[in-house]
Design a protein around this ligand. Structure first.
Ligand SMILES: Nc1nc2c(ncn2[C@@H]2O[C@H](COP(=O)(O)OP(=O)(O)OP(=O)(O)O)[C@@H](O)[C@H]2O)c(=O)[nH]1
Length: 217
């Protein structure tokens, strides 16, 4: 099934296709959602201010076979904004469910976010990446890699760990989304269906063995 709200921008000079995907970042306050978006779009890190409502970024991902315009919606994690969050994730093609590996409560909260997404979307309508951020704080880790990976597998999610601060795996998260979405469009099977049928892909992506080749955009 084609991802929701995906638009084909038209064929390029060759046979290359262009797509638009809406990606939403969800998770507790201060887990690093804005920092991940900022690192990816600006390749920078700063002690950021809490998000008010929602921020919006766009970024082009040029893959060997397609160009994808990612519309990135960074939602506020503070409880007071919770009631409006669903307005932002409506129509999303992919969600980054972010938690802080050094704060177990944020992992528990991510599971609740997942339930909300499951109410809003049919199972195969959206690609969900569970993202354990702040790997630079490994000494204070409260959620093991194995625990999070096991949970992700049981729910057909992609699992990756990042550090927005040390720029670890951030680009790879967005590449993984692009990869699954494009494959999904090409094969007609949903990205989550592919995850279920090829569990080894979890490992491949987590270790960044992506077969996609980046070009200069
Ligand atoms: N050590 C470390 N700190 C990080 C990392 N990512 C973000 N931070 C810090 O964590 C704090 C919160 O980061 P934000 O990006 O504002 O978090 P958020 O999830 O967008 O927060 P809300 O806007 O409240 O939802 C800031 O002080 C960041 O500098 C990381 O990878 N490692």
């Amino acid at each position: 099934m084609a991802p929701r709200r995906t638009q084909r921008l038209g064929a390029g000079p060759s046979t290359e296709q262009s797509y638009i995907y809406k990606v939403v970042l969800l998770g507790s306050t201060a887990v690093g959602k804005s920092s991940i978006a900022f690192r990816y779009v600006k390749n920078d890190f700063r002690e950021s201010m809490p998000t008010v409502g929602c921020s919006f970024f766009t970024q082009l991902v040029c893959l060997e076979t397609a160009t994808i315009k990612l519309e990135i919606w960074d939602t506020a994690g503070q409880e007071k904004y919770h009631s409006v969050c669903h307005l932002y994730y409506r129509g999303a093609n992919a969600a980054l469910l972010v938690y802080d590996i050094a704060r177990k409560t944020t992992f528990t909260r991510a599971k609740l976010w997942l339930r909300e997404l499951e109410k809003e979307f049919l199972h195969d309508e959206i690609v969900i990446v569970l993202v354990g951020n702040k790997t630079d704080l490994a000494a204070q880790r409260e959620v093991t890699f194995e625990e999070a990976e096991e949970f992700a597998k049981s729910k057909s999610l992609i699992y990756m760990e990042t550090s927005a601060k040390s720029n670890h795996n951030v680009t790879e998260v967005f590449m993984a989304i692009g990869k699954f979405q494009v494959r999904s469009c090409c094969t007609g099977s949903s990205a989550r269906e592919m995850l279920r049928s090829v569990p080894a892909l979890h490992i491949k992506i987590q270790k960044c063995h992506s077969t996609l080749v980046l070009k200069n955009c």
